[in-house]
Design a binder for this molecule. Structure first.
Ligand code: GCU
Length: 341
């Protein structure tokens, strides 16, 4: 959202501040003031905590943009989900009520259905495989698939692999999923995934999960190590099974109406800063994954590794989902599977 700043007032305030800092002998020029007067102040929504890698990535993005535009474009990062859940923030992005966000691909696929392809269960062999896909031609093609969505994708952020956790029992085999009520993201495909695995899905927003676990409204959920740890879900659902059922990357997005107000040169700066911030986020991500795992292990959570045979049963159970949710894109699914082979 572009805010018309009271330029004169801001100039006066800054002149007072600057003269206080640098002393009267150093003249404050209009040039200085102009350079520091923002032309745009944009809002950026992030639903994770301040110290979380994606939030740190957002701050890096804001810092880079401010540097590269000499303070002409400012990004005001609002973390901790204060601007609302991902779905409603995304709706606001579509008409320019909020300018930027970082969003999990899973609810985003409700807006751009083709994105389901990129998060099919057990699609990638490992993290390297996913990054080869996202950083390569397939990833670029997906970035060009947002036509008509009123959203402009900027860069991929890492979110690791997701695992199931619950408060009832260790999940060691497929049958252990039976009867568990598992929270899923607000996504048709994730609802289908939990059903295919024999549990009962409960879609709800991220912020609601802790109290739903605590009060027993749900028995479990699924997420990556840093989310399991930073939300304290591990305190109320201590059985965590490493099945790595999917990798759901994140995207930094800009609102199309906001984007359209910017000059091509500013658009270019924003893209560059998004990419640079993504490199930063990915480094932080791999460090945080390890720390979070260590923390929940030390807290006494029971961490279960699926045997290869059991993992195969999970994979077989979700296989029909490929055709069910991505039948129009099976050529891309095959190309993803073949990447790096
Ligand atoms: C991850 C992701 C969030 C998302 C959450 C969820 O933590 O980073 O953006 O909201 O998963 O499970 O809803």
């Amino acid at each position: 959202m572009r805010r018309e700043l009271p330029g004169v007032l801001l100039g006066v305030v800054m002149a007072v501040v600057l003269s206080g800092c640098i002393g009267p002998e150093q003249p404050v020029t209009n040039g200085d003031l102009d350079m520091n007067t923002p032309e745009y102040v944009f809002t950026y929504a992030e639903n994770q905590a301040e110290d979380y890698p994606t939030t740190q990535g957002a701050y890096k993005f804001a810092e880079l943009i401010s540097q590269k535009t000499n303070g002409r474009i400012l990004i005001n990062v609002q973390a901790g989900g204060v601007l609302g859940d991902e779905k409603s923030v995304c709706e606001q992005l579509q008409f320019g009520g909020i300018d930027f966000m970082r969003m999990s691909l899973s609810p985003l696929a409700e807006f751009v259905p083709k994105l389901n392809v990129l998060q099919l269960p057990y699609l990638y062999r490992d993290a390297d495989h996913m990054w080869q896909v996202l950083d390569g031609a397939i990833g670029r093609d997906f970035m060009n698939s947002f036509e008509g969505s009123n959203l402009v994708p900027l860069s991929w952020y890492d979110a690791g692999a997701r695992n199931f956790y619950n408060s009832v029992r260790p999940i060691r085999k497929l049958e252990d999923m039976k009867g568990l009520k598992i929270r899923v993201q607000e996504s048709e495909m994730m609802i289908g995934m939990v059903e295919a695995l024999g549990a009962s899905p409960a879609p709800m927003s991220y912020a609601e999960v802790y109290s739903a676990l605590q009060t027993g409204v749900i028995n479990g959920a699924e997420n990556n190590w840093p989310s399991y740890e930073s939300t304290s879900h591990y305190e109320v659902a201590k059985y965590y099974t490493i099945d790595e059922h999917n990798r759901v990357p994140e995207l930094q997005l800009c609102s199309q109406p906001t984007w359209d107000k910017l000059s091509p040169a500013d658009q270019e700066i924003i893209k560059e800063c998004a990419l640079e911030s993504a490199e930063y986020e990915r480094r932080l991500w791999s460090e945080r994954e390890k720390k979070s795992e260590e923390k929940v292990r030390q807290a006494g959570c029971q961490i279960i590794e699926l045997s290869p045979g059991e993992k195969q049963k999970f994979q077989d159970a979700v296989k029909p989902m490929y055709e069910k949710y991505c039948s129009d894109y099976m050529d891309i699914v095959d190309a993803i599977i073949d990447t790096g082979k």
